[in-house]
Design a protein around this ligand. Structure first.
Ligand code: AQP
Length: 338
């Protein structure tokens, strides 16, 4: 009987700092259940992180921390390919070819490019603008069909589709056309201090984010300080556009506890924000504590992590090289004689 060919999934996180609850609920948490039904690749996208100034020693630490975190969150290296982006040189190589297909105008319109250019006005480098092309390369190299990401990355996946369709039209069918997988809840976790902005690793205000490594007291303190809304409906826990702060906390609560919004709203009827915020803290702590202790255990076993990364890079390179050779041939480059 013919072996079933599973569809492919690709996703990654940048090792740009302390991974947030937003990264976890919007992305990493949703990867684990995909491992049975799909052929999954999960990558620590270290090359992307260089688009913003990094301290080299911190980048190395953040990268290994993130590898351990993936596994602690349930990524099983015997089921999925787990690797570091810079260990597979084809990512940068395909990005160059795709640079000749992507238009400056469309890269200029990317929301993340505009946001980061504002935040890092002293370092608007070419990499920052080219970020989505490298991301397209990450995805297209593996012919990935499903990309589980948070809402903020949807625009980049759409650009990847445009680049793939353009390349296929110009050089004949080469790339699978990917689509986003968005989770039902948690795909857009907001800052605790400004619920109109996303919770982001690189936020300079530590009180705005819950980091996956925050201890229980810190988590509780940050959630108690989270801004709630100054509407007339004070202390009413309700999901509503005019209550962005409370809605964000409700979103975090329901995603962590598994309750529906209606169940949660009923649970806090007639209770104050204090009781509500403490319950949110309890739910977050009980999700994060087992991950934190597993990550700690894994980080103490460098030999195991290195073996996982070597195996991941070897497997990923084999798939990536196949696509890259095809692309080189299609655009007219002469294959190297081995
Ligand atoms: N606030 C969020 N809510 C839900 N999902 C989120 N993601 C990021 N923030 C939220 C998702 O996490 C994955 C990894 O993101 P990334 O590290 O590649 O870059 P990012 O989207 O730019 O995330 P950050 O935290 O804002 O990083 P910095 O501060 O370095 O730019 C993606 O799937 C993303 O959608």
């Amino acid at each position: 009987m013919a072996e079933e060919v599973k569809k492919r999934v690709f996703s990654g996180v940048q090792p740009t700092g302390k991974v947030t609850l937003g990264n976890y609920l919007g992305a990493i948490r949703n990867w684990t259940p995909l491992q049975e039904a799909y052929d999954c690749l999960f990558c620590v996208v270290d090359l992307h992180s260089l688009t913003v100034a990094q301290v080299p020693a911190e980048l190395r630490k953040n990268t290994l921390d993130l590898v351990a975190l993936y596994i602690a969150c349930g990524i099983d290296p015997s089921k999925s390919i787990l690797f570091i982006q810079s260990h597979v040189s084809a990512h940068a190589e395909l990005a160059w070819i795709l640079d000749t297909v992507a238009y400056v105008g469309e890269l200029n319109r990317m929301t993340q490019f505009k946001d980061k250019s504002r935040k890092h006005a002293d370092n608007i480098n070419m990499g920052l603008m080219n970020y989505p092309v490298l991301m397209a390369s990450d995805i297209l190299l593996y012919q990935a069909e499903y990309i589980p990401v948070g809402k903020d990355q949807v625009q980049h996946v759409e650009l990847t589709r445009d680049i793939a369709l353009r390349f296929n039209a110009r050089y004949s069918d080469t790339f699978a056309i990917p689509e986003c997988l968005l989770s039902k809840s948690g795909s857009s976790i907001k800052s605790l201090q400004d619920p109109t902005a996303k919770m982001s690793k690189s936020d300079v205000n530590d009180n705005a984010i819950i980091s996956l490594t925050d201890d229980p007291d810190t988590i509780r303190r940050k959630l108690r300080r989270a801004v709630t809304d100054s509407d007339t409906d004070v202390n009413c826990v309700r999901m509503s556009a005019d209550k962005p702060g409370v809605s964000n906390l409700l979103n975090i609560y329901t995603t962590c506890s598994g309750l529906s919004v209606a169940e949660a709203e009923r649970q806090f009827e007639g209770k104050g924000y204090g009781v509500f915020k403490d319950a949110v803290a309890d739910a977050v702590i009980s999700v994060l504590q087992p991950i934190q202790s597993e990550q700690k255990r894994l980080l103490a076993d460098k030999g195991y992590l290195e073996a996982v990364l070597k195996q991941g890079a070897d497997k990923a390179s084999r798939i990536a090289q196949k696509t890259l050779s095809k692309v080189y041939r299609k655009v007219g480059l002469i294959p190297k004689i081995n």
